[in-house]
Design a protein around this ligand. Sequence first.
Ligand code: MF3
Ligand code: CO
Ligand code: CO
Length: 256
Amino acid sequence: MSVSIKTPEEIEKMRIAGKLAADVLEMIAPHVQVGISTEELDQICHDFMVDVQQAIPACLNYRGFPKSICTSVNHVICHGIPAAKKILKSGDIINLDITVIKDGYFGDTSKMFCLGKTAGHAERLIKVAQECLYLGIEQVKPGNRLGDIGHVVQKHAESNYYSVVREYCGHGIGNEFHQDPQVLHYGKPGTGLVLEEGMTFTIEPMVNAGKQHTKLKADGWTVETRDGRLSAQWEHTLLVTASGVEVLTARPDEAF
Ligand code: MF3
Ligand code: CO
Ligand code: CO
């Protein structure tokens, strides 16, 4: 495993890419309404990235992924493929995962949206998953270790009787989509890689209402809960700074 330390020039490019990814989530929010298809959401995001941001949608053609964003509805954990026939209905929950490339550098972020009237249990799952991300982010500072992040995420999910997906994880990020290290969303405090100033990686916990187990659909991408229960995910791209952390994909509604 080789974990790169980004130069000040690289960090500036990652700030720009991170801001653009966050801006896509802000832009798309008013469009996430009952009756729209996930393909329409993909199209709007694609056109915004390409035409307005002059950025590259990183997902498009990544290892054969056919669309520009991931749209994961209800029991879909991650990597849902936008489709014209997938029309959002009241009560649905959806994760939109956006990754942009600008000037050769990547920004990767996702958030949950609720459609119409959402069940209380679904809102609670979404809230706890977001708290898992924020608790993980609080652990990011030089000298702390990756196991400290995984531990707080796992502890918070499990103390709410939810489970953490094991097969997919956060990742280093920079001038490639997925770099070392792997950032697990479970683990033991005081173990794993020691964080250093200049590292950049994502935290992106996938929290299941039921059991942790996953099932890959025949399309080769869509990851679902095996038990068919709901799943929620939130993601940010992070920079380890001298004093702690900078959230490169922070939105205006978030205070870090
Ligand atoms: N954005 C996802 C992540 O957080 C990866 C999506 S890969 C795709 O790592 F091909 F499905 F788009
Ligand atoms: Co990611
Ligand atoms: Co992502």
